[in-house]
Design a protein around this ligand. Structure first.
Ligand code: ADP
Length: 327
């Protein structure tokens, strides 16, 4: 188990990570999620031993302060793979095994196993420079997992890939980490990715962890307004206003503020809320609307096939999955 207590990292006068406590249990995948520059990579690097930190980083209770990077038994995967261009796929995956003095036959077996796991069986002799970005990241993951690290640290492992591939690989990566039984800490600025990958999500802002919990909990009850906005709630309302606008819809708790994502309001002829359409724009699989309800502007969604026009009056239903209760 990884334990962080009061971890603080400064670059000169800039405090990049401030007083972070976090535990990652065996076999658990935790995502560090937050906007660019909030200190995620720095925290990951402190865990790896790549930057000096105050506070304590422990493994199963023993302090890693004096332990250099290569002795921590951690596997690292970076955004751009950082494969060795002059080695073939097998040579890359076997790298850590060779460092650990694993003999040739055992290396070959382990490489075959890992390539199978990441869906690249038969790629042993391929040059890494001839692989697609997604394939390169799979090789990087296989290389990190090969020596059976006690912890895998992944820093934005998918962000160099294009969107469609990223979504697919996030699902694959989640499955791979589970199949390998890996304990992992993964940095991402993308909440979809964090929620796909992680058992628990640690939301970071300005060097601090502001909330830790299972994806569903963080999604439904962000700890504060800034976190709600970061998690896609374009509109934040007081409970009373929400109740009055949305006619007492039962999804709104009493007293708490609520955050609404665009998907919270759906065009539905049976809906209780009457709205007027101000703007519309096509997204991948739906139409995004800007509507006005009782003088207040909201985002809403409609199916592509039956999307209303600007100026139309529509009825909206509230979808609880798009609503966050804050605090
Ligand atoms: P994130 O991973 O969330 O994007 P980083 O950990 O990379 O954030 O950066 C946190 C803060 O520390 C930022 O303000 C960044 O500019 C600063 N920073 C990161 N690396 C260095 C460095 N090597 N030297 C000085 N400042 C740095």
């Amino acid at each position: 188990m990884l334990g962080l207590r009061g971890v603080t990292v400064s670059y000169g006068s800039l405090v990049a990570v401030s007083d972070v406590d976090l535990a990652v249990g065996d076999g658990e995948v935790v995502a560090l999620l937050g906007p660019s520059g909030c200190g995620k990579s720095t925290l990951l690097r402190a865990v790896a031993g790549l930057v000096p930190a105050s506070g304590s980083v422990t493994w199963d209770g023993s302090d890693l302060a004096g332990v250099p990077v290569h002795r921590r038994g951690f596997g690292l995967v970076f955004q751009d793979g950082q494969l060795f261009p002059h080695r073939d796929v097998a040579g890359n995956v076997a790298f850590g095994l060779r460092m650990h003095g694993v003999d040739r036959e055992a290396r070959r077996k382990r490489v075959d196993e890992l390539l199978e796991l990441v869906g690249l069986a038969g790629y042993q002799r391929r040059r890494v420079t001839e692989l697609s970005g997604g394939e390169q990241q799979r090789v990087a993951l296989a290389r990190a997992l090969a020596p059976r690290p006690r912890l895998v640290l992944l820093d934005e492992p998918l962000s160099a890939l294009d969107r469609a591939l990223r979504e697919q690989l996030a699902v694959d990566l989640a499955r791979l980490l589970r199949e390998a039984g890996a304990t992992a800490l993964v940095v991402t600025h993308d909440h979809d990715e964090a929620f796909t990958l992680a058992d628990r999500v640690a939301v970071m802002r300005a060097g601090r962890i502001v909330q830790v919990g299972p994806p569903g909990e963080v999604w439904r009850s962000p700890v504060d307004v800034e976190t709600a906005r970061f998690l896609g709630c374009g509109k934040v309302l007081g409970a009373e206003r929400a109740l009055s606008v949305f006619r007492g819809s039962s999804v709104f708790g009493v007293g708490a503020r609520v955050g609404l994502r665009a998907s919270a309001l759906r065009v539905d002829p049976g809906g209780a809320v009457v709205a007027e359409v101000l703007e519309r724009v096509h997204r991948r699989d739906h139409v995004r609307l800007l509507v006005v309800v009782e003088g207040d502007e909201f985002e809403a969604v409609a199916p592509v096939a039956s999307a209303p026009e600007v100026g139309d009056r529509v009825r909206l239903a509230v979808d609880p999955d798009g609503v966050a209760v804050i605090g």
